[in-house]
Ligand binder design. Structure first.
Ligand code: DLZ
Length: 166
């Protein structure tokens, strides 16, 4: 699980499927927007490097990570091939952190299990601001890059499964 052994931005471009004809939705939380903005930048950069045009990416923001489930659910209904949910929850002095992390994680997992557009977990959950900075373009790379690569792979997975079924 430790990200310390893994740079979140590392991937082999030769293993990325074609993005031709694909559309992506991104739902980004405004809470900790210095972090989520950097994650969004990473995700957009990686989608574009892999051939996705601006007009095939729809970005919407929600107030906090807890709202990512609702936002992503609506985004899955817009004709996109995958949704990336981006948020950042930083531990505070109360159990609030645990409730938001658990609620958001369960919500996003439920979406993946209950409908047919993949929703990618671009949520970082950290003990402090430094750990978040390390993961949004700092020494451990950018989880936005990782989420975009995962979105492309899952959109391709969905496309191939649909082709098999038709
Ligand atoms: C309330 C709250 C707190 C304390 N911390 C965070 C956080 O670190 N990251 C985050 O994305 N959102 C936080 N929120 C806001 C909740 O996600 C949510 O927006 C509110 O509880 C309203 O539903």
């Amino acid at each position: 699980m430790a990200t310390s052994n893994h740079n979140l931005s590392d991937y082999d471009i030769n293993t990325i499927p074609s993005t031709e004809g694909m559309k992506f939705g991104i739902v980004v939380s405004q809470w900790n927007d210095n972090i989520t903005g950097a994650l969004l930048k990473g995700a957009l950069r990686t989608l574009k490097v892999n051939g996705v045009a601006d007009e095939d990416i729809q970005v919407m923001s929600v107030p906090g990570s807890f709202e990512l489930t609702y936002g992503s659910q609506l985004m899955t209904k817009t004709g996109v091939d995958a949704v990336i949910a981006i948020g950042c929850v930083i531990r505070g002095d109360t159990p609030h952190f645990d409730y938001i992390c658990e609620g958001t994680t369960n919500g996003l997992a439920y979406l993946n299990a209950s409908q047919d557009v993949p929703v990618i977990y671009g949520l970082i959950t950290t003990n402090n601001i430094q750990q978040a900075l390390d993961r949004c373009g700092g020494q451990l790379g950018n989880k936005g890059d990782e989420a975009a690569v995962t979105a492309i792979k899952m959109a391709d997975f969905r496309r191939r499964m649909r082709e098999q079924q038709s």
